[in-house]
Ligand binder design. Structure first.
Ligand code: ZN
Length: 291
């Protein structure tokens, strides 16, 4: 959490709120959560406080205009004029909100970016700090701590590309969760997709027939599209930038439904560990692959 549908919801809401607006100098509350290209960062005397200028390689302090907000995997990317880019990696507990500048900051707010005349600001909050913010000039690759290359997008991956990814011997759930194989899936949407495709989460991917692989790709697309339509799943504290909850959790068929009847066959949902994560599945709809 959050996964692709939540990141997509955040990106769409930010695009509506920010496109065409200027962003001013960010206020870095916690420097080790914010990673920047050195040419975009000015370090002041106090080491705990950095002052960043986004959008201008020369650090002249002028605000930059947002031209677009998009998503890649579970990351939200704000594209500025002049080519600069702000990447929010949401990790386990990251959130991006738009709030009145005078509103009290939630605990664990690490970065604040004033919008336009400064009445409102973008805030990045991440209690567990598995996420972070990366600021780059857009001309160099976004490398650095934890910002790794990503595999193809599950909503864009072609059938043949997906078949190639699924040729590996790893357990299918572990493979789907691997961001370098496919970018954007996490625990919730893996479990939901595998249930819809009727595949046991521990099945070695390479043992799936082409027909099962095609069914899995269709299930993933259907689950993700539906989850985006319902603004994602609010399990713990995920909210959209405007503070709304997602509602796809009401449509989960297996995730966190241990002991409850399968919505397809009424068999109680079971929970096991797969890919090192708590995994929910229906033993009848998703039988284990024969040895
Ligand atoms: Zn079932």
């Amino acid at each position: 959490m959050p996964e692709l549908p939540e990141a997509e919801t955040i990106a769409r809401e930010l695009a509506t709120a920010l496109t065409g607006r200027v962003l001013n100098r960010p206020i870095v509350v916690r420097a080790d959560v914010v990673h920047g290209d050195v040419r975009l960062v000015t370090t002041y005397d106090t080491p705990s406080r950095r002052d960043l200028t986004i959008g201008r390689p020369r650090n002249d302090g002028a605000p930059g205009r947002v031209i677009d907000v998009g998503r890649r995997g579970k990351r939200v990317i704000v594209q500025m004029e002049h080519g600069a880019r702000i990447t929010f990696a949401l990790g386990m507990t990251g959130s991006v909100t738009i709030e009145e500048a005078g509103a009290e900051c939630a605990a664990h707010t690490h970065l604040r970016i004033p919008i336009g005349d400064g009445e409102r600001e973008v805030r990045f909050c991440d209690p567990r700090r598995f996420g972070g913010v990366w600021i780059s000039n857009g001309r160099e690759p976004d490398t650095g701590r934890r910002l790794r290359p990503l595999g193809p997008e599950p909503l864009d991956v072609t059938a043949s590309e997906f078949r190639r990814i699924m040729r590996r011997r790893r357990q299918v759930k572990a493979l789907l969760m691997d961001q370098q194989a496919l970018a954007g899936m996490g625990n919730i949407y893996c479990d939901e997709s595998l249930h819809r495709a009727g595949i046991h989460p521990r099945t070695p991917a390479s043992e799936l027939t082409d027909g099962r692989v095609a069914a899995l790709r269709r299930a993933i697309r259907s689950v993700l599209r539906s989850a985006i339509r319902f603004n994602g799943s609010t399990i713990m504290d995920y909210r959209t930038p405007g503070g709304r909850e997602g509602s796809f959790q009401l449509r989960h068929r297996v995730y966190q439904r241990e002991g409850l009847p399968c919505r397809t066959c009424r068999t109680p949902i079971e929970r096991i560990t797969a890919a090192g994560r708590s995994t929910h599945f229906c033993p009848r709809c998703q039988p284990p692959a024969p040895n």
